[in-house]
Design a protein around this ligand. Structure first.
Ligand code: DGL
Length: 268
């Protein structure tokens, strides 16, 4: 146990999107070491089959467990939705995922009980958010919308581009017609679109950012399991990827809101 508390937290996503979760973790638990894995060679996951995403998720889980992480954070809604159980059954370490955190936050925020969820096609088709939210409050009504074009638009850095605005208006129209007061950003790429989505949804709709919800859940679990790192020094952050695509560094720094050091390429 004494050794375990000093081990890093493992965080992963299909690409750079999970860095929105890392950013929230850095702010919320600033003394924890973090190892991040982004499967940049195989992104996007959101349009792939359950079998493929599960196989990828298991490979990444093994990689991070070998690195000696004390806790695994699935910072990808798509993985959490279709392969969360596979990761949990593989890991002797505790596993947290964004869907659980996002669902809790949505139920806490809503007053009207009308909750919108946007995500990748795999996440929306899995119905994982509706199940998680209904398990917490069966009286809520969920309105879901898959937004397959958002991930490529974000990866391209078109965060406030007219094309993104038109696309967002189109995707959000049917869900906003349901008089929501809460909209879950059910993909870790989407917090980068928060200003634009907030403008379209209007001030009466609360946007649930899975990164912030995840950071709170991680801090709570570390406290509950007495796994928080007591050291009060500058933590170490490592970033591993399966490919270094053209815009990776720029996008990663935008996701993280700070410069990143060395990014290591690994083959799983
Ligand atoms: N960031 C991933 C998620 O949260 C989606 C990206 C992808 O489609 O790979 O679902």
């Amino acid at each position: 146990m004494a050794d375990m508390i000093r081990q890093p937290i493992g965080v992963f996503d299909s690409g750079v999107g999970g860095l929105t979760v890392v950013r929230a973790l850095m702010e919320r638990i600033p003394f924890e070491d973090i190892i991040y894995f982004g499967d940049t060679a195989r992104v996007p996951y959101g349009v792939k089959s359950v079998e493929t995403v599960t196989q990828y998720a298991v490979e990444i889980t093994d990689f991070l467990l070998k690195k000696g992480v004390k806790l695994l954070v699935i910072a990808c809604n798509t993985v959490a939705a279709v392969a969360g159980d596979a990761v949990r059954s593989r890991s002797p370490m505790p596993v947290l995922d964004v869907i659980d955190a996002g669902a809790r936050s949505a139920v806490r925020e809503t007053r009207s009980g009308h909750i919108g969820v946007i995500g990748t096609p795999a996440t929306i088709n899995s119905n994982a958010y509706a199940r998680a939210i209904h398990a917490l409050d069966p009286a809520t009504r969920i309105f879901s919308q898959a937004c397959p074009l958002f991930v490529p638009l974000v990866e391209e850095g078109w965060l406030d581009h007219p094309v993104t605005r038109i696309t967002a208006n189109e995707y959000l129209k049917p869900v906003l017609a349901e008089h929501l007061d809460t909209l879950v950003l059910g993909c870790t790429h989407y917090p980068l679109l928060k200003p634009l989505l907030g403008e379209i949804a209007g001030p009466e709709v609360h946007l649930v950012d899975s990164g912030e919800a995840m950071a709170d859940a991680t801090a709570d679990l570390l406290a509950e399991l007495h796994l928080g790192n007591p050291r009060r020094e500058k933590p170490s952050y490592s970033c591993y990827v399966s490919d270094v695509p053209f815009r990776f560094q720029t996008m990663a720094e935008r996701f993280l809101g700070r410069t990143i050091g060395h990014v290591e390429l690994v083959k799983l």
